[in-house]
Design a protein around this ligand. Structure first.
Ligand code: ATP
Ligand code: MG
Length: 428
């Protein structure tokens, strides 16, 4: 017999064959219940003493939580069952027994703390709450790609092994590569630019590694970025694209993940957008009693912006040159400008993205590298790639875990990374 998914079983009148996991069992002596779950839902399986065959009735009292079982039987109306129907089993067979006790509680009311859940992520992934998070993250990634692919962007795949720092500043992981020393990419930046300067508009979701030693609730040492890069464009255009893309993603999550949002007890609203220059932001925050750094926003400042503009993606533009990487274009392409064409996007009290127009002029790039105490000689292949017909271009990067964390209002980014890599954790 062919396996039926639980959600489809409810439509059937004949015998069905289900495979799934034991969510829980209850023994009322004369009646025994099994709540069976698979990827599509849950169903109550009811055994009745005297009616159900004795072997099956006996087994209903001996099922460990999270064991894999197969059940055949027919549906019957049952007012008390959560779905209005229950399955009367003909037979139950254990396919893979789960050891008892489980190392963590994977039930709906689990109070197991995050570190222990992460140690046992394979089992934590059985829980409805954890599954809800990653089903939503799946929509986020897919709809991000959909939005831009529909617009004709090329979905491209930059390398993860690089021979030199792509950004300067942030720390890199070293690796051995045959006789050479290489690094894990801290961003796809330079490759995105080369693709944009030839194929015009590109989109990617790609892993990056940051060797910073910090251990915070918003940073991972391995994360994935949702990136775009566009040619013949400026910072304003790509920033407007980000607003529209995020609104599209949130709308899709609201539509496609209603069940998951309910599990997480979240009501989402499509965010508004707001544009402020860095100078305006600084003034506004100071008026509200929050001091910011000369070239950067603090965590406190990001939180304040959310208080001032709830449910809004705030784009902070015209960022000081000193607070942006060397490849960000000075304001209005003026080599002496103090401000830049770079921006950050703040949503629900946290940075979700940085971006801006890039420098496509080799001489200006050399100048900016020097101003950042970097040696242009170390960047020769990168600079040279702009000597053969490079149009003005701009782009940005949103961390998918950071975005999921912010959207789902999770206090720790590790909740929304399936297998997090941080200072201490490389297992499982
Ligand atoms: P932050 O200031 O929050 O540390 P950043 O400015 O160093 O981030 P960018 O280089 O601008 O980060 O990276 C682009 C985006 O990638 C960030 O806005 C964020 O969404 C995400 N991101 C960056 N670093 C991390 C990290 N260590 N862990 C998770 N996500 C990250
Ligand atoms: Mg940033």
């Amino acid at each position: 017999m062919q396996r039926t998914l639980i959600k489809d079983a409810f439509k059937k009148t004949n015998t069905v064959f289900l495979k799934g996991w034991v969510h829980e069992t209850r023994d009322l002596k004369k009646v025994r219940f099994l709540i069976l779950k698979d990827k599509s839902g849950r169903i109550q399986v009811t055994g009745i003493d005297g009616k159900t065959n004795p072997e099956t009735f006996e087994l209903l009292d001996n099922l460990n939580r999270e064991s894999v079982v197969q059940v055949t039987g027919a549906l019957k109306k049952c007012e008390q069952a959560p779905s209005g129907e229950e399955l009367i089993p003909d037979s139950i067979e254990i396919i893979a027994e789960a050891k008892n006790p489980l190392p963590i509680d994977a039930s709906d009311y689990s109070k197991t703390e995050l570190p222990l859940r992460l140690d046992n992520r394979f089992l934590d992934l059985h829980s409805v709450r954890t599954q809800a998070i990653f089903k939503i993250q799946s929509t986020i990634g897919a709809e991000f790609l959909n939005y831009f692919i529909k617009k004709g962007f090329t979905y491209a795949h930059p390398p993860s092994i690089i021979s030199a720092s792509s950004e300067g500043g942030t720390e890199l992981f070293k690796a051995k590569y045959f006789e050479k020393e290489v690094f894990l990419a801290q961003s796809p930046q330079l490759y995105k630019q080369m693709i944009a300067c030839s194929m015009e508009n590109m989109v990617t979701i790609t892993p990056v590694w940051r060797a910073e030693k910090h251990n915070t609730t918003r940073h991972l040492n391995e994360c994935r970025q949702m990136d775009i890069e566009m040619a013949f464009t400026d910072s304003k255009t790509v920033l407007e694209e980000m607003g529209k893309a995020i609104q599209h993603i949130v709308k899709q999550v609201i539509e496609k993940n209603a069940e998951e949002l309910e599990v997480l007890k979240l009501k989402l609203k499509i965010p508004k957008t707001k544009y402020l220059t860095f100078t305006e932001t600084k003034k506004l925050l100071e008026e509200n009693g929050v001091k910011i750094l000369e070239n950067d926003l603090t965590g406190e400042a990001e939180k304040k912006l959310n208080e001032l503009f709830p449910n809004t993606i705030t784009f902070v533009t015209d960022w000081p040159m000193k607070g942006k990487p060397f490849y960000i274009m000075p304001k209005n392409e003026d080599p002496n400008a103090e401000l830049s064409e770079g921006f950050d996007a703040i949503y629900k009290g946290m940075e979700i993205s940085s971006g801006g127009q890039r420098i496509h002029i080799p001489e200006l790039l050399e100048k900016r590298l020097e101003a950042n105490d970097l040696n242009p000689k170390d960047f020769t292949p990168y600079i040279d790639s702009f000597r053969f017909g490079a149009p003005p271009h701009a782009g940005w990067s949103i961390g998918i875990e950071r975005f999921t964390q912010v959207l789902l209002e999770m206090s720790n980014i590790r909740e929304v990374c399936m297998f997090p890599r941080d200072r201490d954790r490389i297992m499982p």
